[in-house]
Design a protein around this ligand. Structure first.
Ligand code: GRF
Length: 244
């Protein structure tokens, strides 16, 4: 099940990876949003995947803090119910802009993942590190690279254990926009790979949920993955007509 709030490019990359046979033994049972008009929902409808929009809290004014928290709780409960009813294995956040209750995160421990558009989540993750703000922060810190990280979701925002990371170099005169574009391309490639690793049982989360061990190498797993992923890269490079 996907949770989305915006344009849905990561969601679309999963749709493409599944339809091309790159991502194996995976199907998307539902796409849920806290924003009725999210473009990601249109993409899901186009892909014939059931969509749900529940009233959310992000960008909404409430009469009181209590009302806001009630709404958050109701959203989380509705999602949890769906996870149970549809027997969902994994909840994938793809540009989801709402913070969960601790209970929600804890009850899905090891089954809920996110992607963040930075390499160093300690410095460039957290409550205020969203959208272009992440890239502006990276560029004003004079670091030589940024990147993206797929991680388990824990109660501390963007601080759950990393499953996969990819670096993206920062070049002279890099702008937040150019950096975002380069990173997003890499997100589309590593996020489905991380999910395949989970599905294939190659990601082991420690008992305390603080670290995880990932085996992407034994039995040529990575080579076989890349061989399949060429079909997706061709699609991106040349358009649908050249898809394998
Ligand atoms: C991505 O940059 C992702 O890293 C962050 O939100 C953005 C979502 O983009 N969590 P999209 O909706 O998948 O296009």
């Amino acid at each position: 099940m996907f949770l989305v709030s915006g344009r849905g490019s990561n969601f679309q990359s999963f749709v493409d990876h599944i339809s091309l046979g790159v991502l194996e033994r995976a199907s998307i049972q539902a796409v849920v949003s806290n924003h009725k008009g999210a473009r990601a929902l249109d993409l899901a409808r186009e892909a014939n995947i059931p969509v749900f929009d529940f009233e959310g809290v992000a960008g909404v004014k409430f009469a009181s803090r209590e009302d806001r928290e009630k709404c958050r709780q109701a959203f989380d409960n509705a999602c949890l119910q769906m996870v149970k009813d549809l027997r969902i294995d994994y909840v994938v956040l793809a540009g989801f802009d709402q913070i969960f209750t601790k209970e929600f995160v804890n009850s899905l421990a090891g089954r809920i993942i996110n992607i963040h558009p930075a390499y160093d989540l300690r410095t460039f993750g957290g409550r205020n590190m969203v959208g272009g703000g992440v890239h502006r922060a990276v560029l004003s810190n004079s670091v030589s690279y940024s990147g993206c990280t797929v991680h388990f979701v824990s109660a501390e925002i963007d601080q759950g254990p990393a499953i996969l990371k990819r670096r993206v170099p920062i070049v002279n005169e890099e702008s937040p926009e150019s950096l975002e574009e380069k990173i997003l391309k890499q997100e589309h490639v590593i996020y489905p790979m991380a999910v395949q690793l989970l599905i294939d049982g190659r990601v082991i989360l420690s008992q305390d949920g603080r670290t995880c061990y990932v085996d992407s190498y034994s039995n040529n797993w990575d080579i076989n993955w890349w061989k399949r992923q060429v079909a997706y890269l061709n699609l991106k490079e040349h358009g649908k007509e050249f898809a394998i």
